[in-house]
Design a protein around this ligand. Structure first.
Ligand code: SF4
Length: 506
C-alpha cells in the first residue's frame, strides 16, 4: 500500500484477478495451482449480464462508520444502493452502539452542465454544507465514474477545503469503470482510511509517561489482536470470534466495519492482525506489516469446523499457546459432534450448490461437506491468485464437481442449476432468487443478524438448513407460478459457452 498514491491499484494488476471460468474444480486446480499458478486474468465473456460495480461493497463498509457522513461525488443515482444497505446500518448500529440510526449519505448528483464544466466547485460547497449541517467527525468523499472521467481532482478539493471544516475528510476512489473486480472496493476503502486516520496528530495517541507504563503498554500490545471484520458478518459472528480469541488470553480490537473513526489509530498497537476474509483484508494486512511491523494471519475464513480449528491454532502460535488451543478445539469439537448428530444423519448424501465471494464459497463448501452434504457445484465471484491453495484443500476433501467463476451472471447459474438439480442452494440474495424460482430450497448466506462463523455458526447454520430442507414447500410452490426470463433452448446449451480463455468440461 503506497500511501503517497491517491488510490489503490486495481486487482487485475495487483493480484491478476479473474472473473470468468467454467469447468470443474480439478481442472481449475490444474490452472490455478499448477506450476506458475496461472490465474488467467484475461479470461472473459463474449456475452455478459449487468452486475454491480465496486461502489456497492465500498459503501457497505463506509456506511457503517461511526459519526461519519458519506458524501458521494458522482452522477445522480451513483451509490443509491445505500438504500438497500440501510437495514444493515440500522441493525448493526443497534448491535454495536445501542443506537438505531440511518446511514448518513448525500450526493453531489452532478448534472449535465457540471459534467461539462467540472464538479469541483459543487463538491467543495457540498463538503462545507455537510460539515455545518451534520457536524460529523469524518466525511468520506467517495468518487464514482463521472469525476473520474471528467478529471475532477477530488483529493485536491479535499486538501484545500480541509482547514475550513471540522470533520476529517477521507477521499475514497470507487470509480466503477476502472475495474471489473469489485473486491477492489475493499482496497479502496482501506487505502482511504490508511491515508487519513492512522497518523493524524489531532487524533489522540496513547500517552506513555514512564518506563513501567511503557512496559505495560508493550505487554498489552503483544496480547492485542486486530480482528479484521467484513460487512457480510454481523455482531453475533464478531462475538463468537472474540469469545474464542479471549479464551486464548487475547484482547480484541475489531476493525474496520462499525469501527469508531476516532479510535482507528488503535489498529497500530497490536501484536498481530488476523483476517476473517483474505479477499477483504490482504491489502491492509500487508500494509500494517510493512508500515508498523505488525505480522498477520491471512489464510481462510473461520467458517466450518476444521477452518475454525486451524484459525485458532494459527492465532495461538503467535502467543506460544498451542496447548490451550488444542484444549479449546477438543472441547468445542466434542460439543459440536454431539449437537450435530441428528442433522448429519439427515443431510447425509444431499447435494448442495454454493455461490458466493471466493473465500466464503470455498469455506462454506468445506463446512457443508463436514455436515454430510455432497458438493454438487460451486461458483466464486472472482479469483485472486493467493486463494489457489484453498482450491487444493477443498479438492482433497470433496473431490471433483462443476466449478464456475462468475461476477454474478445469473444466466450461467440458471443453466447449471437446471442440469445439476441440487437438493439445496446457498448463495447471496441475487443467486437465491434464481434458485428459488427453479424450486430449489435456498438459504441466503448474507444475513448479518444470524450466526454463520466459528463453531456457533456451524451449529446455527445446520439448524437453519434442517428447517429449510424439512419443509421445502415454499420454493416448490413458487416455481409453479414464476419463471426465469431465459428461453428453454438456453438450458440445452453449454452453460459456459460465452466464456473465453477457459476450459469447458462440465
Ligand atoms: S461508480 Fe460508476 S458504475 Fe458504479 S454506480 Fe457510480 S456511475 Fe455507476
Amino acid at each position: 500500500m503506497n500511501l503517497s498514491a491517491k488510490e489503490a491499484p486495481k486487482r487485475e494488476d495487483r493480484l491478476k484477478s479473474r472473473i470468468a471460468y467454467g469447468g470443474t474444480l480439478v481442472s481449475a486446480c490444474g490452472i490455478f495451482c499448477g506450476k506458475g499458478g496461472g490465474c488467467g486474468a484475461d479470461a472473459n465473456r463474449t456475452f455478459s449480464q449487468g452486475s454491480i460495480c465496486l461502489m456497492l461493497p465500498g459503501i457497505s463498509m463506509i456506511n457503517t462508520l461511526k459519526d461519519n457522513v458519506n458524501l458521494l461525488h458522482g452522477a445522480v443515482g451513483c451509490g443509491v444502493c445505500s438504500h438497500s444497505q440501510n437495514a444493515n446500518a440500522r441493525s448493526g448500529g443497534l448491535a454495536h452502539y445501542g443506537l438505531v440510526k440511518d446511514a448518513l449519505w448525500v450526493s453531489t448528483a452532478l448534472n449535465e452542465s457540471e459534467v461539462i464544466n467540472g464538479g469541483e466547485d459543487k463538491l467543495r460547497a457540498a463538503i462545507i454544507e455537510v460539515d455545518r449541517l451534520y457536524r460529523p467527525k469524518t466525511i468520506t468523499v467517495v468518487s464514482g465514474c463521472v469525476p473520474g472521467l471528467i478529471g475532477d481532482d477530488v483529493d485536491g478539493v479535499a486538501a484545500r477545503v480541509q482547514d475550513e471544516v471540522s470533520a476529517r475528510l477521507i477521499p475514497v476512489h470507487c470509480e466503477g469503470f476502472k475495474t471489473k473486480i469489485w473486491a477492489t472496493a475493499y482496497d479502496a476503502v482501506y487505502h482511504g482510511l490508511g491515508r487519513t486516520l492512522l497518523e493524524d496528530p489531532e487524533i489522540r495517541e496513547p500517552v506513555i509517561p514512564d518506563e513501567e507504563e511503557l512496559f505495560r503498554f508493550e505487554e498489552r500490545k503483544k496480547r492485542t489482536v486486530n480482528l479484521l471484520n467484513v460487512s457480510s458478518m454481523g455482531k453475533v459472528d464478531e462475538d463468537e470470534l472474540t469469545r474464542l480469541l479471549n479464551m486464548l488470553g487475547l484482547e480484541v480490537n475489531i476493525f474496520p466495519v462499525f469501527a469508531d473513526t476516532q479510535r482507528m489509530y488503535r489498529v497500530k498497537y497490536a501484536g498481530f492482525s488476523i483476517s476473517t476474509c483474505p479477499t477483504h483484508d490482504d491489502y491492509f494486512c500487508k500494509f500494517l506489516e510493512e508500515e508498523y511491523g505488525i505480522p498477520y494471519i491471512l489464510k481462510h475464513m473461520p467458517i466450518g469446523i476444521e477452518n475454525t480449528n486451524e484459525w485458532i491454532r494459527d492465532a495461538a502460535r503467535f502467543l506460544g499457546r498451542e496447548e490451550a488451543a488444542g484444549e479449546i478445539i477438543k472441547n468445542e469439537n466434542a460439543l459440536l459432534d454431539e449437537g450435530l448428530k441428528t442433522y448429519r444423519e439427515f443431510f447425509k448424501g444431499k447435494r448442495v450448490f454454493v455461490s458466493a465471494g471466493e473465500f466464503r464459497a470455498l469455506a462454506t463448501a468445506n463446512l457443508l461437506h463436514e455436515l454430510g452434504f455432497e458438493i454438487a457445484g460451486l461458483r466464486s465471484f472472482h479469483h485472486d491468485e493467493f486463494a489457489s491453495g484453498e482450491y487444493e484443500k477443498l479438492k482433497k476433501i470433496a473431490g471433483d464437481f462443476p466449478f464456475n467463476i462468475a461476477n454474478v451472471q445469473p444466466f450461467e447459474e440458471a443453466n447449471l442449476l437446471k442440469r445439476l438439480k441440487p437438493d439445496l442452494f446457498l448463495g447471496h440474495w441475487n443467486g437465491n432468487s434464481t434458485s428459488a424460482k427453479l424450486g430449489i430450497p435456498s438459504l441466503v448466506i448474507y444475513n448479518t443478524g444470524l450466526s454463520y462463523i466459528g463453531y456457533r455458526g456451524v451449529f446455527e447454520l445446520a439448524r437453519r438448513l434442517y428447517r429449510q430442507l424439512r419443509n421445502p414447500a415454499f420454493n416448490e410452490r413458487l416455481s409453479r407460478y414464476v419463471r426465469l426470463p431465459y428461453r428453454e433452448e438456453w438450458y440445452g446449451e453449454d452453460p459456459f459457452k460465452y466464456i473465453k480463455g477457459a476450459e469447458n468440461d462440465v
